[in-house]
Design a protein around this ligand. Sequence first.
Ligand code: GDP
Ligand code: IMO
Ligand code: MG
Length: 436
Amino acid sequence: MPGLVIVGAQWGDEGKGKVTDLLAERADVVIRFQGGNNAGHTIIRDGETFKFHLIPSGILYPGKTCAIGNGVVIDPGVLTGEIEGLRERGVDISGLRVSANAHLIMPYHVLLDTAGEIRLGKLEIGTTRRGIGPCYADKASRLGIRVQDLLDEKILRKKIMAAMEPKQQMLRPFVKDPALDLHTMTETYMTYGHRLEPHIADTAKLCWDALDRDATVLFEGAQGTMLDLDHGTYPFVTSSNPIAGSATIGAGVGPGDLNEVWGIAKAYATRVGAGPFPTELDDEMGELLRERGGEVGTTTGRDRRTGWIDTVALRYGRRLNGLTALVVTKLDVLSGIDPLRICVRYRHPDGAVFDEFPYHQSIIHAVEPEYEEMPGFEGDISAARREEDLPAEARDYLNALTDHTGVPVVLVGVGPGREQVIWMGKEAEQRLSAAT
Ligand code: GDP
Ligand code: IMO
Ligand code: MG
């Protein structure tokens, strides 16, 4: 004990990377448990920017054990590139561990992801086209190729053949793609295997050992609650479960090992890709949030859709994740906006009111948000480090979020830098001592 899970409470890009980096200092192990390089976690440390897609956001602490758990899907080309990039910048990656059981994204997964989106046309999901969905599909079909398979050429070749065989039809348009040649693919993946070998490990055991010595294990989520394969806005979701319970499966620990679950939410809301987004703003305010918040995707460079914060979705996330604390990032972006709006319920055109997130997709698409208006705050808050440094209206806004979600706000982001945070009083101390 203890285990602390960091999850996205909205549609991803809430600032999980920054919060993980901040808390990693107190943890012995930081582990990713789901998703793949569809994630993009940005960390700004002493003015230097790092973008992580696969490597856990704790890697900037020299020697820190940073694990990629069995639940993650790994594109080994991206992972080796990320390792190389960090080495060139002088980052010590000796603590990096990669689960032998994690599944590998293969060249055909990437091609099939794109082909699937093209086939859907206007109905596309807006995936990151990194091969995430097809890789998880192969995992469930028991046609997946795992990290440990990279260490045995014969097995690797056989498994690639078996995995490609049922895809012949779908892969026909790419038949001339050299990346799909069995020999080339096996060779390339063997090379990745050699490069990754020193990092391959039993990552579940690393977590157990740390928990046994009472050290903190930090489980770093990717994506967000509303993109969850089971509970999100299906089919406009990712192909893994970003919610907290998934940390047990994706890292290999028991439910009782997850002591604290902190949900990360922006002070407003964003979404990349298609799908319902009840509080979306298609107007100048939406544009202002995008511009001020720098809302451009870390992974794909796509503009993020923007809107007001949605406490119906956050209450849903509270239950799904068992949130013990809320972290509100990017409060600084809201400065000067008056009034501020908080979505507190949805209303359907037929008059039905929803205090809880509706389960029916057609309803989610049709509802309109109902807002509570709050007075805005003025001025640059990026230098605030204590709750008292915040304007009263900003504190009122945070209190309203706690009231509407039932989850205490323990940490607030007032800028992208790792030091630009405010720990919120006694509640923060309590949660922090429970977590570390
Ligand atoms: P993640 O995927 O959840 O790790 O989030 P991303 O890194 O994709 O997106 C969050 C963006 O917001 C990054 O560019 C961060 O540097 C930035 N960020 C995080 N916290 C804050 C904050 O409190 N204020 C501001 N202005 N930017 C922040
Ligand atoms: P982080 O960890 C935001 C979205 C995609 C698309 C949907 C499915 O940085 O918060 P996928 O490629 O996963 O099959 O795409 O999920 N998506 C994300 N949106 N942040 C992410 O990760 C995301 N990862 C996937 O835009 O709508
Ligand atoms: Mg991101």
